[in-house]
Design a protein around this ligand. Structure first.
Ligand SMILES: *Cc1c(COP(=O)(O)O)cnc(C)c1O
Length: 248
């Protein structure tokens, strides 16, 4: 393990890991900016979520030292093990939970996250409403849409979106800010990105979370406000994590 705990925050010069992550993130940001410019958008309209799942706390710490503040994790327990201690030192960090969420983990999720990108069913909406009442915390919520109608994948069917939105944002008063998707791995994602963008437009939702290491430039071209990039920043993960992401 690289030891980065000795270098002062913001100093990338003496720590090879910090320097490497800084360089990877600069490259991703450069590509985001280029894709945005080509689409008539500004690069700074797009937030880069650095997906740090499976990587140890020391790696996240190095990314923080490299200047990154926005992170994504897909498991509540892993997020809870890594992030509260980091928050004490970097109070401005923000964490998105991007993985499928069981209703019985809603309270832990609400306690650890600043945003939960995977609201996809009525039972979870009700559990999150209950958890928010109990804790007084109100992380932003994104509704995950199963754009490819894949039976094994999380997300609400596009045809059920309106009902879930009415329940969540209407009846339960949840802070629903946008939409998220993970398109089928084997197809060109553009049609799916367009579909998600249209849903966001129809419901006047400002946040569109789509695009991963393999396709974030296309996502930016089609309206992503948040891209979720893991391996292009942190390198490859153990294979079980890749399967879990539903990609490759
Ligand atoms: C792991 C994961 C990502 C990042 O995947 P990469 O291909 O490594 O960029 C994005 N979104 C979700 C939901 C994930 O689980």
């Amino acid at each position: 393990m690289h030891s980065s705990s000795q270098s002062p925050a913001g100093n990338t010069a003496n720590d090879p890991l910090v320097a490497e992550l800084a360089s990877n993130m600069a490259e991703v940001r450069r590509r985001i900016a280029t894709a945005a410019t080509h689409a008539g958008r500004q690069g700074d309209e797009v937030s880069l979520i650095a997906v740090s799942k499976t990587h140890p706390t020391a790696i996240v710490e190095a990314a923080l030292k490299a200047g990154q503040r926005l992170f994504g994790e897909n498991r509540v327990q892993e997020a809870a093990a890594k992030f509260p201690q980091l928050r004490e030192r970097w109070p401005d960090l923000r964490l998105h939970l991007i993985g499928g969420l069981q209703s019985n983990k809603a309270r832990d999720a609400v306690e650890v996250a600043d945003a939960i990108d995977s609201l996809d069913r009525p039972k979870l909406a009700e559990a999150l409403a209950h958890a928010m009442d109990k804790t007084g915390r109100r992380p932003d919520l994104l509704i995950q849409v199963n754009v490819g109608n894949e039976p094994q994948k999380a997300g609400v069917a596009a045809g059920d979106f309106a009902a879930l939105y009415e329940l969540s944002a209407g009846k339960l008063g949840l802070p629903v800010k946008g939409v998220m998707c993970i398109p089928p791995a084997e197809h060109d994602p553009v049609g799916y990105f367009r579909q998600l963008h249209q849903i966001a437009r129809d419901f006047a939702l400002p946040v569109i979370s789509m695009g991963m290491s393999g396709d974030y430039e296309k996502a930016v071209a089609h309206g992503a406000t948040h891209v979720r990039v893991g391996s292009a920043i942190f390198g490859s993960r153990p294979s079980h994590a890749i399967v879990e992401a539903g990609r490759r």
